[in-house]
Design a binder for this molecule. Structure first.
Ligand code: IP8
Length: 256
């Protein structure tokens, strides 16, 4: 089984509230189907989650009444996006099942508190692809908080031990300097111990933060012996190549 994170930056337009990139989503689902691999999928939120979550500071938990309707709105919007992902997968010939994190899991101080992922394993065993997503969840300490798709990936990967974990983003991979610099080169393979010797900069703060968070997850997983690769899902064919184990443009994370 291969675990795929379909980034919100690929399947949605992150700058426009509630805007899916249907052409990209459908193509990626087609690539998954064409690979013939058994997969579990976690998708991000993009403009279906981050805009409202940020506006109402949902990640830091319950502080005021206005957040309550915002929680409901984010939850609804994520289910709408999830339904579009499910429809695209079914149209591509895959049998997916939605596992809404808010109905199954809880957070504790913002950290995902899952003791087992048996429900995910059981669907995989009978040939159904579980589809989870970044979501707003109950939090035992904060009331509620935001659970990112990367947190779900990290927990699931350590418990299910997939053949590999593919992070599908809208960038080619990790660059050795500011991507805007014409001399920037793609790092094809990165070890955790190498990261300390390199300096990565970017003019776009949130993008840098996003990549760093993802890299942390990837390093964590590689330390557990899992193969991780970050690829650009905006380029046709790369997800399918990565799934099929072919040479593909991207950044592989190796155990440091
Ligand atoms: O896009 C965030 O998930 P991510 C989830 O995987 C929400 O970081 C609801 C903002």
């Amino acid at each position: 089984m291969i675990l795929i994170k379909l980034g919100g930056s690929v399947i949605t337009d992150k700058t426009r509230y509630h805007t899916v990139r249907m052409d990209v989503l459908e193509r990626l689902c087609g690539e998954i189907a064409a690979s013939g691999k058994k997969v579990a999928i976690v998708h991000g939120a993009g403009s279906f989650g981050h805009i409202i979550a940020h506006k109402y500071d949902l990640v830091n938990g319950l502080k005021n009444d206005a957040q309550i309707t915002a929680v409901a709105a984010v939850s609804r919007d994520m289910r709408e996006l999830n339904l579009m992902v499910l429809n695209s997968l079914i149209d591509a010939g895959i049998a997916p099942i939605s596992i809404p994190p808010s109905a199954c899991f809880r957070l504790k101080g913002g950290r995902l508190d899952i003791s087992d992922v048996e429900i995910v394993r059981r669907y995989l065993d009978i040939g159904i692809s579980p589809v989870l997503f970044g979501d707003v969840l109950l939090d035992d300490e904060l009331g509620f908080s935001i659970c990112s798709g990367d947190q779900l990936i990290a927990v699931m990967a350590k418990k299910l031990f997939p053949e590999k974990v593919i992070f599908v983003s809208d960038i080619d991979g990790i660059m050795d300097r500011d991507p805007a610099d014409p001399a920037a080169m793609l790092i094809k393979e990165l070890r955790q111990d190498e990261i300390k010797q390199r300096t990565f900069t970017s003019k776009v703060k949130d993008v840098t933060g996003g990549i760093w968070g993802k890299m942390e997850t990837m390093f964590d997983l590689s330390a557990h012996g899992l193969e991780c690769i970050l690829i650009n899902g905006m380029v046709p064919g790369r997800l399918q190549s990565a799934l099929e184990g072919k040479e593909v443009v991207g950044t592989r994370i190796r155990k440091g």
